[in-house]
Design a protein around this ligand. Structure first.
Ligand SMILES: CC(C)(COP(=O)(O)OP(=O)(O)OC[C@H]1O[C@@H](n2cnc3c(N)ncnc32)[C@H](O)[C@@H]1OP(=O)(O)O)[C@@H](O)C(=O)NCCC(=O)NCCS
Length: 142
């Protein structure tokens, strides 16, 4: 059974979150391990866990004016397309509402746009390239 839980960086599961992000997000685009952890200390962390193993993760970084940014969304390859990404987003959005946030934005890799659209996000502004990968700005109002 998959459970979504919120953790902090002291939690032993954080190491697994880092490993997952290295394998699923960073290495496929040629970035070194741990290259994108600059916001981790101020982020809320959510992980999908099956029997003490982290199989999915996402973080939410507070911005300003009621906004926050969804980042580092990843699901273990063999666990993709089983609804775990959706569960992570639902948990994150419910949490954001409880925090009285008004909008969640993200930098969506183009390959993941259909996933975000299915979860209620919309594209805004112009496309851009980040770390060599085509992206779109996406947002959902709460
Ligand atoms: C994108 C990602 C997080 C989605 O997680 P997931 O657990 O596979 O997603 P879900 O199973 O909840 O999928 C929900 C819906 O989005 C669709 N979807 C998921 N990934 C998709 C993709 N890359 N392209 C098109 N559709 C996708 C699924 O078909 C599903 O629709 P359905 O329920 O109608 O079949 C996951 O595929 C992943 O880690 N990909 C690699 C890393 C990545 O791209 N991260 C996002 C960076 S911005």
């Amino acid at each position: 059974m998959i459970t979504i839980i919120q953790i902090n960086m002291q939690d032993p599961l954080y190491k697994q979150e880092q490993d997952l992000r290295n394998r699923i997000l960073l290495r496929p685009i040629g970035l070194p391990d741990h290259a994108w952890e600059m916001d981790d200390h101020k982020a809320w962390h959510f992980v999908a866990v099956e029997e003490d193993n982290v199989v999915g993760c996402v973080i939410l970084v507070p911005l300003h004016n009621g906004q926050a940014q969804l980042k580092q969304m990843a699901v273990e390859t063999l666990y993709q397309s089983k609804g775990i990404g959706r569960l992570l987003i639902e948990t994150l959005l419910a949490f954001a509402k409880r925090q009285a946030l008004t909008e969640v934005v993200c930098h969506a890799q183009d390959r993941a746009i259909p996933f975000y659209i299915k979860n209620g996000f919309e594209i805004y502004d112009e496309p851009f390239v980040e770390v060599g990968v085509p992206h779109h700005h996406m947002r959902i109002r709460l």
